[in-house]
Design a binder for this molecule. Structure first.
Ligand SMILES: *Cc1c(COP(=O)(O)O)cnc(C)c1O
Length: 385
C-alpha cells in the first residue's frame, strides 16, 4: 500500500474523506451488530434503531421530518427515483423541464424519458452560469409533470434559485425536484417551508461513505418504488437496508450540521485565499464569482492551457483536483457545463476545479495556489500566464 500522508486532496466535489467519527458510527454494523433490521428478535433492535436515528439526523440537517426521508444507494438512485415518481404522480403530463447543466444522473435519465415519448426542455444558462428565471417560467406548462433544477452545480459551484423555480413549477401544478448532492452540508438547507417536493443527496459528498444516499419527499406518498421486493423503507425502496452506510450518512449529516453552525466561514476563507493568490499571479478567469456559489469550490479557466496536462503536473506534487466532474474525466469531450455557459470548446478544456473541505488546511490552499500558478505559467509558455 502506498502512503497518502502527503496527499493534498482538493477534489472534494468528486468525493470526500470519510470522517473518522462517521467510520466509528458505522463499525458496530460491520462487526457485532449484523442482524437484519427487519428480523423479529431483540438482536435486530440495534440495527433497526440505528436506521431510525439516521433518519432523524438526516431530517435535522434539512429541517425536515424523519418520515420524509427515504434511504437509497446513491444520489443517482435518489434523482432517478424522484423523476420516476413525479411522472407517476402526474400521469396525464408528458413534459419535464430541467437545465442543460445538470449532473448526468438527471441528463441521461431525461434522455431515456425522451426515447419513451416524453418532452424534455433543457434550459440554457447565461454567461455567468446562472439560470434565467423568466425562461424557466415560460417553459413550464400545464403539461409539465416535474421541474428539476440542481441546487448547486458540481463543476462551477454556482447556486441556483431553487425556491423561485419551485414556486414557478407549482404555479402550473407541476412538482419540483432538486439535486442537492453538492449543496448538502455546504450551505444551509431548510425545507420546513414545504416549497420543495423532492430533494436528492448523497453521503460521500459530505464525509459519509460511498453507496448510500437519501431522497426527501415532502409528501412520502409521492414516491413510487423503483425496486420491487421486500417492504423495507415502508415499501418505498425494497432491498435489505445498508445498515452501516445508513448509520454513516446519519452521523455525516449530524457533523455537517455542526460544521455549518459552528464554523460557517472556515472553508470559504481557505478558498478565497487560494483564489486571491491565483488572480494576483496570473491572468486566469474565475467562474461564478458574480453571483451566489458554494463556499468550497473554485472554478478557474486558464485560457490556452490544457487542463488535463495541468492536472497531471499537479499530480507530481500529490495535489488532487479535477477539470470538472469526475464522471466525465477520461473522455476528451469539453465540459457540457462550460459550453452551456458560452465558453468555446477550447476554453471549456482549460478549466480547473479545486474543491475544499473541512479536512483541508490553509497550508493546503497556499501550497496548491503556488503550484497551480507555476504549472499554468509553464504550460502557457509565458513568464506571466
Ligand atoms: C456526485 C453527484 C451526483 C451523484 O451522486 P452519486 O451518489 O455518486 O450517485 C449527483 N449530482 C451531483 C450534483 C453530484 O455532484
Amino acid at each position: 500500500m502506498t502512503s497518502n500522508a502527503n496527499i493534498v486532496y482538493l477534489d472534494n466535489n468528486a468525493t470526500t474523506r470519510v470522517d473518522p467519527a462517521v467510520r466509528d458510527a458505522m463499525l458496530p454494523y460491520l462487526s457485532e451488530s449484523y442482524a437484519n433490521p427487519s428480523s423479529p428478535y431483540t438482536f435486530a433492535r440495534a440495527p433497526m434503531l440505528a436506521i431510525a436515528q439516521a433518519r432523524r439526523q438526516v431530517a435535522a440537517l434539512l429541517s425536515a421530518e424523519p418520515e420524509q426521508i427515504t434511504f437509497t444507494s446513491c444520489g443517482t438512485e435518489s434523482s432517478n427515483t424522484a423523476l420516476h415518481s413525479a411522472l407517476r404522480a402526474r400521469p396525464g403530463r408528458k413534459s419535464i423541464v430541467t437545465t442543460s447543466v445538470e449532473h448526468p444522473s438527471i441528463l441521461r435519465y431525461c434522455e431515456r424519458l425522451e426515447s419513451h415519448g416524453y418532452n424534455v426542455t433543457y434550459l440554457p444558462v447565461d454567461r455567468n452560469g446562472q439560470l434565467v428565471l423568466k425562461e424557466l417560467e415560460l417553459s413550464i406548462s400545464d403539461d409539465t409533470a416535474i421541474v428539476s433544477v440542481m441546487w448547486a452545480n458540481n463543476e462551477t459551484g454556482i447556486l441556483f434559485p431553487v425556491r423561485e423555480a419551485a414556486a414557478a413549477a407549482h404555479c402550473a401544478g407541476a412538482l419540483f425536484h432538486t439535486d442537492a448532492v453538492q449543496a448538502c452540508g455546504k450551505v444551509t438547507i431548510d425545507l420546513s417551508d414545504g416549497l420543495i417536493d423532492l430533494l436528492s443527496l448523497s453521503a460521500h459528498k459530505f464525509h459519509g461513505p460511498k453507496g448510500v444516499g437519501a431522497l426527501f419527499a415532502r409528501d412520502p406518498d409521492l414516491l413510487s418504488s423503483y425496486l420491487f421486493g421486500g417492504e423495507q423503507e415502508r415499501g418505498r425502496r425494497a432491498g435489505t437496508e445498508n445498515v452501516p452506510g445508513i448509520a454513516g450518512i446519519g452521523k455525516a449529516a449530524e457533523l455537517a450540521g455542526a460544521q455549518l453552525r459552528e464554523h460557517p466561514a472556515d472553508i470559504a476563507e481557505m478558498r478565497d485565499a487560494f483564489e486571491q493568490t491565483l488572480s494576483g499571479a496570473c491572468s486566469c478567469l474565475l467562474t461564478g464569482t458574480q453571483g451566489a456559489r458554494l463556499p468550497n469550490t473554485s472554478h478557474i479557466v486558464f485560457p490556452g492551457v490544457e487542463a488535463e496536462t495541468l492536472i497531471h503536473l499537479l499530480d507530481f506534487d500529490h495535489i488532487c483536483c479535477s477539470s470538472g466532474s469526475a464522471c466525465a474525466s477520461g473522455s476528451s469531450e469539453p465540459s457540457h457545463v462550460l459550453t452551456a455557459m458560452g465558453f468555446s470548446r477550447q476554453d471549456a478544456r482549460s478549466a480547473l476545479r479545486v474543491s475544499f473541505s473541512r479536512f483541508n488546511s490553509s497550508h493546503d490552499a497556499e501550497f496548491a495556489a503556488g503550484r497551480v500558478v507555476e504549472a499554468a505559467r509553464r504550460l502557457s509558455g509565458k513568464h506571466r500566464c
